[in-house]
Design a protein. Structure first.
Length: 166
């Protein structure tokens, strides 16, 4: 449910893949300035976003597709190195969803969990790993916030050798 004037002139992003309904709705609304609040099973109310993770005027329009791809590849490479360096954070062994900004010096900021790993100690380590990232300064030109989706993938070879399943 939403007030019709609230969504006037707003375009959402297409959602592809297999996502839980709440995550799909969040992705659909990403960058629109709107957010959804669950109001019951299968129901949500849209409102103006109050989150500190509202999109900033990113220079997305000035980046070529190749520059944007390279920027995200740099972020992914730095994240992979940081997560693979900590056995508790090896990708594929848990799922989580985070968002963070990148400043002009390549430092991350405003890190927020939009989906916990389910383990508060691992959440804290993941937060610390993202906070410690040093990204190329050009990463600040990517659309903000940067969205990080870590998916549970038993047997993943993200860090080289396959991880064992419990």
């Amino acid at each position: 449910m939403y007030q019709s004037d609230l969504a006037s002139g707003i375009r959402s992003h297409p959602v592809k893949g297999h996502l839980q309904p709440a995550l799909a709705l969040h992705e659909l609304l990403r960058g629109t300035g709107l957010e959804a609040e669950a109001s019951g099973p299968g129901r949500a109310i849209l409102r103006a976003a109050t989150s500190s993770m509202l999109p900033t005027p990113a220079s997305d329009t000035t980046l070529t597709a190749d520059e944007r791809r390279q920027g995200y590849a740099n972020v992914q490479q730095a994240l992979r190195a940081a997560l693979c360096a900590d056995p508790a954070l090896v990708p594929g062994t848990y799922q989580a969803r985070l968002a963070f900004g990148v400043d002009a010096r390549g430092h991350t900021h405003d890190i927020s969990f939009e989906g916990s790993t389910g383990d508060s100690a691992r959440d804290a380590r993941l937060h610390a790993a993202v906070a410690a990232l040093q990204l190329p300064a050009a990463s600040a030109n990517l659309p903000q916030p940067v969205q990080l989706h870590l998916r549970l993938q038993p047997g993943s070879r993200e860090c080289g050798a396959a991880t064992s399943s419990p």
